[in-house]
Design a protein around this ligand. Structure first.
Ligand code: ZN
Ligand code: ZN
Length: 144
């Protein structure tokens, strides 16, 4: 069952993971949770130990893994399956990330802010993944 209340530890954790982002364009966090418990956490940034280049224009970032895939990879690193989890995200996932999300059998995505493209949400809908947008203002990371 999806929890979209401020009591959700996942929604708080996603806020914490966001602060670790190494990409200056956008700070994103994601947390897969099962039965209300966080399994891992991820933020967008360069692969482990690698530097992040300076963005000079609005071209898409080619350095970073996205928070959603980092969160799923971190769970896998620890031998934890993300199957059947709800993935709490600061932003709606991009289309590429939804491929990972669908194939590890995440059953629900809960997000706070819309990403610049809604192609990911459209694909999740086609795949039958439940999607919920957080409504509580206290849970929302600030856009700026
Ligand atoms: Zn970047
Ligand atoms: Zn993505």
């Amino acid at each position: 069952m999806i929890s979209s209340t401020c009591e959700s530890s996942a929604s708080h954790t996603q806020d914490c993971t966001t602060r670790r982002s190494t990409c200056p364009r956008l700070s994103v966090g994601a947390v897969p949770a099962r039965d209300g418990r966080d399994l891992s956490g991820g933020y967008n940034g360069s692969p482990r130990g690698l530097p992040h280049s300076v963005h000079v224009d609005d071209e898409p970032c080619t350095d970073s893994l996205h928070a959603e895939e980092t969160a799923l990879l971190n769970a896998a690193y620890h031998g934890v399956s993300s199957r059947g989890t709800a993935l709490y995200c600061t932003h709606s996932p991009c289309k590429a990330c939804t491929g990972r999300i669908i194939n590890v059998a995440v059953v629900a995505v809960v997000y706070a802010l819309p990403y610049r493209s809604d192609a990911g949400l459209a694909r999740l809908a086609v795949a039958g993944v439940l999607v919920e947008k957080l409504q509580e203002a206290g849970c929302l990371p600030t856009e700026a």
